[in-house]
Unconditional design. Structure first.
Length: 315
C-alpha cells in the first residue's frame, strides 16, 4: 500500500480525532444550572470546590522564591513620591493586580527583565564579534527593551480589562436592577450578581466580590463605590458609583438610577459597535490593495500582457 492510498485514511483519522476532541471539550463544559443541581444533590460538593480553590491558591516554591527576593529587587525602582506610587498602584489595579504587594512584584519583574535584557544582549555581542566599536550599544538597547516590555504588557492588559468591564457592565446592571426591584438591598444584590454572573462576566464579578468584602468588614458604602470606580478605571463605572452615591444620599430610587445607567451604557455600547462597523470599509482598503488587487491584476492583465509580448516578438 503506497502513500496515495494511505493519505485519505490519515485525513479521515485526523478529522475524526479532532471532532471527538471538540465534542469532549464541549460536553465537559459545566453550566451554572448543572453546578447548582449538583449542589442540591450533593451538599458536600460546594465545600469540596471551596477547599480545592483554597489549595490551588496556596503559593508554590517559585512563588515563595519570588516573594522573598522581590523586596531586594524592587528597592532600586521604588517611586520617590507618594503620588507616583499611588499612580502605579492604580494602573496595576486597572489591570487586575490589586493586592498589597502588586507594586513591589511589578518593580521586581522590571528589574529581572532589565538584567535579562542586558545578559542576553551581552551574550549576543560576544557570540557575534565581541565588543568592537559601538557593539556595546546592543546590550544597552536589549536592556532598555527588557525594562520597558513589562510596561507595554501592563498597558495592554489594562486596556483589555477595561474594555471587558465596559462590555460586561450593562448585562450585570440589568441583573442588579432585577435583584433590587425584587426586594433585595444593594449589598445583597451585589453579592447575588457576583454569584450568578461569575462565568459570564468574571472581571466585573471580581470587582464586585472585592466591594462585597469591603462592605462586610464595615467600610462605608460611599468609599467602597468610589474605590470601585478608581480600581476599574472605567468612566462608566465611576459614573455608576456617583449615581448610586447620590441616590443613597438623597433617598431616591436606586433601581430607577441603575436602570437609566444600564440603558445609557447599552446605547453607548451599540454606538461603539456601529462606529467600528463603519470603520471596516476604510480598514479593508489596505488588505485589498496589498493582497487581493495584485492577484486580480495578474489574472486580468496577465493574458493580455502575454499576447502583447508575443505580438511584439513576432513583429
Amino acid at each position: 500500500m503506497d502513500y496515495e492510498q494511505l493519505l485519505p485514511w490519515a485525513v479521515f483519522a485526523a478529522a475524526s480525532t479532532a471532532l471527538w476532541a471538540a465534542m469532549n471539550i464541549l460536553v465537559r463544559r459545566t453550566t451554572r444550572a448543572s453546578v447548582r443541581l449538583e449542589e442540591y444533590r450533593n451538599p458536600m460538593s460546594r465545600q469540596r470546590r471551596e477547599l480545592d480553590s483554597i489549595v490551588a491558591g496556596k503559593p508554590n516554591a517559585v512563588t515563595t522564591i519570588v516573594e522573598k527576593t522581590a523586596p531586594a529587587l524592587s528597592r532600586a525602582l521604588q517611586p520617590k513620591s507618594e503620588s507616583e506610587q499611588s499612580e502605579l498602584r492604580i494602573r496595576l489595579a486597572n489591570a487586575g493586580f490589586s493586592r498589597p504587594n502588586a507594586v513591589r512584584n511589578f518593580l521586581a519583574i522590571k528589574t529581572i527583565a532589565l538584567g535579562s535584557g542586558l545578559l542576553f544582549g551581552t551574550l549576543f555581542v560576544l557570540a557575534r564579534s565581541g565588543f568592537v566599536g559601538n557593539a556595546w550599544m546592543i546590550s544597552v538597547v536589549a536592556g532598555c527593551a527588557g525594562f520597558y516590555i513589562p510596561e507595554l504588557i501592563l498597558a495592554s492588559m489594562r486596556a483589555t480589562r477595561r474594555e471587558k468591564i465596559f462590555l460586561q457592565l450593562p448585562d450585570t446592571l440589568d441583573l442588579l436592577v432585577v435583584c433590587v426591584e425584587a426586594g433585595l438591598g444593594l449589598d445583597q444584590g451585589l453579592r447575588r450578581v457576583a454569584e450568578e454572573m461569575s462565568a459570564a462576566a468574571p472581571e466585573v464579578c471580581e470587582e464586585l466580590n472585592t466591594a462585597n468584602m469591603q462592605l462586610q468588614v464595615g467600610k462605608n458604602r460611599r468609599d467602597v463605590l468610589h474605590d470601585l470606580g478608581v480600581r476599574t478605571g472605567v468612566d462608566d463605572v465611576r459614573a455608576l458609583a456617583g449615581i448610586v452615591i447620590q441616590a443613597d444620599r438623597f433617598g431616591s430610587s436606586i433601581a430607577g438610577a441603575l436602570r437609566i445607567q444600564s440603558e445609557t451604557m447599552r446605547v453607548k455600547r451599540r454606538q461603539l459597535a456601529e462606529e467600528k462597523a463603519q470603520q471596516t470599509a476604510v480598514k479593508m482598503i489596505f488588505p485589498l490593495v496589498l493582497f487581493i488587487f495584485p492577484g486580480i491584476f495578474v489574472v486580468l492583465v496577465g493574458p493580455a500582457a502575454i499576447q502583447l509580448m508575443e505580438n511584439l516578438l513576432v513583429e
